[in-house]
Design a protein. Structure first.
Length: 189
């Protein structure tokens, strides 16, 4: 009896194993594609200001960068802490050079004026190579979705002015980081 019971158990196990092997495998459903990162909203397009001021720190560079949701403008002020970087960023009808009152032409559907409360000179010697009314040195806006133009407005009485030509009056944000003032302008509302 024991032998027939062992034969039956073995037969049952073999049958079960063959049955599992004969069941066709089903592929797991493909993972859903990852959704693109949502672009930030709620930045707004009204004037943004911080009245802080740097002491003994100077602008050395201005540059741009492209991102998925926005174009970025960065002003480098090495040695300045985030809480020292004062600014005013606002849409204007025309970029008016301080102190001359001359209009600096900026192309685009809207003009974003960026004033950084740090000079681009030290004891009268320039610390940034920009020329008033000219495109920013080293900045090439080819392929940007939002930026159309970037001009140097000049530096006077401890503050420096830039003009960004943008496609339209789009929302923007301002970030104060150690050594850098960052302005991001969204691609869309």
């Amino acid at each position: 009896m024991t032998r027939s019971r062992a034969v039956c158990v073995t037969a049952a196990l073999v049958t079960a194993a063959l049955g599992v092997a004969a069941v066709p495998s089903v592929a797991a459903p493909a993972a859903a594609p990852r959704a693109a990162a949502a672009c930030p909203t709620g930045w707004g397009s009204l004037t943004k200001t911080d009245w802080s001021s740097t002491a003994g720190e100077y602008i050395t560079n201005a540059r741009t960068g492209r991102h998925d949701c926005y174009d970025r403008f960065v002003v480098d002020v090495p040695g300045a802490s985030a809480d020292q970087l004062g600014y005013t960023v606002q849409y204007v009808d025309r970029l008016i050079q301080d102190p001359t009152g001359e209009t600096i032409p900026v192309t685009g559907g809207a003009i974003l004026e960026v004033v950084v409360r740090a000079p681009a000179y030290d004891s009268g010697a320039p610390t940034y190579p920009g020329k008033v009314g000219k495109p920013l040195p080293g900045v090439n806006l080819t392929g940007y979705r939002t930026f159309r133009d970037a001009k140097f407005g000049g530096s006077f009485e401890g503050q420096t002015q830039f003009g960004l030509g943008v496609r339209a009056r789009l929302p923007f944000r301002v970030l104060q980081l150690d050594g850098h003032l960052v302005v991001d302008v969204a691609h869309t509302w």
